[in-house]
Design a binder for this molecule. Structure first.
Ligand code: CA
Length: 227
């Protein structure tokens, strides 16, 4: 999942970027509101973390833009401001959560995981797909109790992303943007996604049927929970 971090404290930004990056989030960073505003209008993110106290911009205005241009992104407000009012305003404007500074990175991650579960209606972090079980916390896919250990990090990210958006067709471009952070421009890029899906199928099929991973001709891919 891709994350936009908007925070003018560079050391904190770097800490968040490294920590989330090591936990398989794909991060982009902005130190000011103007460049964040441009990114929000052109890219689609899964998470947008917004510091309310930016040098050139009102964080609450940025939040409004995020809700408008990135309606599917989960927004978390980071605030050093003691005022309860700003937090309430932020939540009223549709922020999914807020974290008062200083906060621990582990808390940030656990809040992000909770938002993901809530947003996608997951009761817990394991989901059954036919004969397979996907464990989103431990990032593992198993078949009747045996872990499919050959699945790579990126392959897992692809399955997890499609699983969260289950029963919905995702284009190669969407998958590329959210998993690799780059937009598909040509056939070469598109084939890249196809190759990953092919590898995932091959690895899973060695254990059992993965019919739930469907190709939607001319459009993209979908995990079909009714398959
Ligand atoms: Ca700040």
């Amino acid at each position: 999942m891709n994350v936009l971090i908007v925070e003018d404290e560079k050391a904190l930004t770097t800490e968040m970027e490294l920590f989330l990056g090591s936990n398989n989030y794909l991060c982009e960073t902005c130190y000011d509101g103007r460049s964040a505003s441009e990114k929000i209008a052109t890219n689609l993110y899964d998470f947008i973390l917004i510091d309310l106290g930016l040098p050139d911009y009102d964080g609450l205005d940025l939040l409004k833009e995020a809700k408008k241009y990135n309606p599917e992104a989960a927004c978390i407000i980071l605030t050093a401001r003691a005022e309860v009012n700003d937090r309430i305003k932020g939540l009223d404007l549709g922020a999914d959560d807020y974290l008062p500074k200083p906060f621990s990175l582990l808390e940030l991650q656990s809040r992000m995981q909770a938002i993901t579960r809530r947003k996608f209606g997951l009761k817990n972090s394991t989901v059954t797909l036919g004969e397979f079980v996907v464990d989103l916390t431990n990032r593992a896919i198993s078949h009747k109790g045996t872990e499919v250990s050959s699945i790579t990090k990126k392959e897992f990210d692809l399955v997890a992303y499609m699983l969260l958006h289950k029963n919905r067709t995702l284009t190669r471009s969407q998958l590329s943007e959210h998993i690799w952070g780059s937009v598909v421009n040509d056939d070469y890029d598109s084939n890249y996604i196809d190759a990953h899906i092919k590898n995932i199928r091959k690895k899973l099929n060695a254990y059992g049927s993965a019919d739930w991973l469907e190709t939607v001709r001319g459009l993209g891919y979908r995990i079909n929970l009714n398959a």
